[in-house]
Write a protein that binds this ligand. Sequence first.
Ligand code: NAP
Length: 486
Amino acid sequence: MQLQRPDLLRDNNYINGQWQAAASGRRFPVENPANGEKLTEVADGGTADMDAAITAADAAQAAWQSETPKTRAQILQRWYQLIIEHRRDLAAILTAEQGKVLAEADAEIGYGASYVEWFSEEAKRIDGDILAAPSRDKRLLVIKQAIGVVAAITPWNFPNAMITRKAAPALAAGCCIVIKPAHETPLSALALAALADEAGFPAGVFNVVCGTQASDIGSVMTSSPLVRKLSFTGSTRVGKILMEQCAATVKKTSMELGGNAPFIVFDDADIDAAVAGALASKYRNAGQTCICSNRILVQDGIYDAFAARFAAEVQQFRLGDGRDSDATMGPLITRQACDKVTALVDDALSKGASAITGGRRASIGEHFFEPTVLRDATPAMRVFQEEIFGPVAPLFRFEDEQQAIALANDTNYGLAAYFYTQNLNRVWRVAEALEYGIIGINEGVTSSEMAPFGGMKESGIGREGSKYGIDDYVELKYLCLGGLDN
Ligand code: NAP
């Protein structure tokens, strides 16, 4: 890999300000999902390494918490500037280990950095409050204090931004953090650690432990009494396990879990805008995002026209290695991911759907699936109930608004939803009826550091980003000042 700063490619864990091999001495390979090429081998951290990271974070916690907000803000600001300065290298590392095309990797670095910038500013606005008192001899005050050491577990689909979305608010609030990235994508996490080190975070404030033994490492994080909060992004299945484990020490948790986003196109929609929004929300990262449209619900009167125009656009995608400048869509992360998408499509086809375009694995490599549009999908198919996590858009048909809302809400997930209409009354009715934490109205791209990201129902707990994002990393403390003589 050609990098301007080859030292951003790290292969050891970052614990207490030091680059450390795993206590066991073991290493694991990191591969390019486009072709299986081994990029490097990384220290395979385990329970002892995570234990050391938590101990270091705990030792650094009191001093970091008592730094002035301005000092924390300045270090975060430096980290932000370093990330932007080295975004080409960070994007190259990200594409190599994750597979998304370089333009998308570059956009992720910018998106990830935006949280660091935002929370560098928010660090100075963690304000308390003075409340009305019930009697004249009392004053009631509320202060916000860092919750303590934070543990973060992150997925492979956004290996940079899912880290900054947690680390930036935690560090701004005065929390030290230990991070376990997904084993498929440790290099982006270690590159961020290299730049955090350069930015000047004191030893122990920021730690990264990579490893293949996720449940063992996770158990250390969830059971340690030194860890006061767990922030997790990943599947609902693993999120539930971690919540159960956190119950033993009553840890605060943030859970950014799976989604099953409906994308509703009403008859009165601007069809060009709806096609553009569906393309952007469905196929980004080859369909591997938690807010990807999973079920495209199209009203009867516009169904055929939408299907034809949408499929024509989908045919324009060019599959390839993310580093190839001609490619507009990369591979899926693993062969198993490709197997799962294949099984979902086969299930839909066997139950009466038809593929207008795509519908099978691509011939260019075993992790590639053709960008696919399925017509005549129905709720009896697995694609209605399960997160597809691949470049497959099933089109469902509905008759009226009530049916659209009922179909959209017919899932245990509640992360993102999208709908397209030109009717203002319908905008409010549908927005209020959808049981989702994020709603795109005539818009397919909603994410921003300035907005709260998070889900309802089994999609999670808590919000990342925006003025609300810091709340997950502070405790509200109530001070009752009594005995006053006036
Ligand atoms: P995953 O299997 O749940 O893995 C996520 C992370 O959890 C990885 O670091 C993984 O480590 C770790 N992990 C797995 N089992 C664990 C255990 N028993 N204890 C502790 N840690 C454990 O999810 P994924 O397939 O990588 O990611 C895709 C999922 O993430 C999708 O469901 C997607 O919707 C969701 N997601 C949600 C958001 C959001 O903000 N709501 C954003 C992005 C993704 P290993 O890699 O080592 O297994």
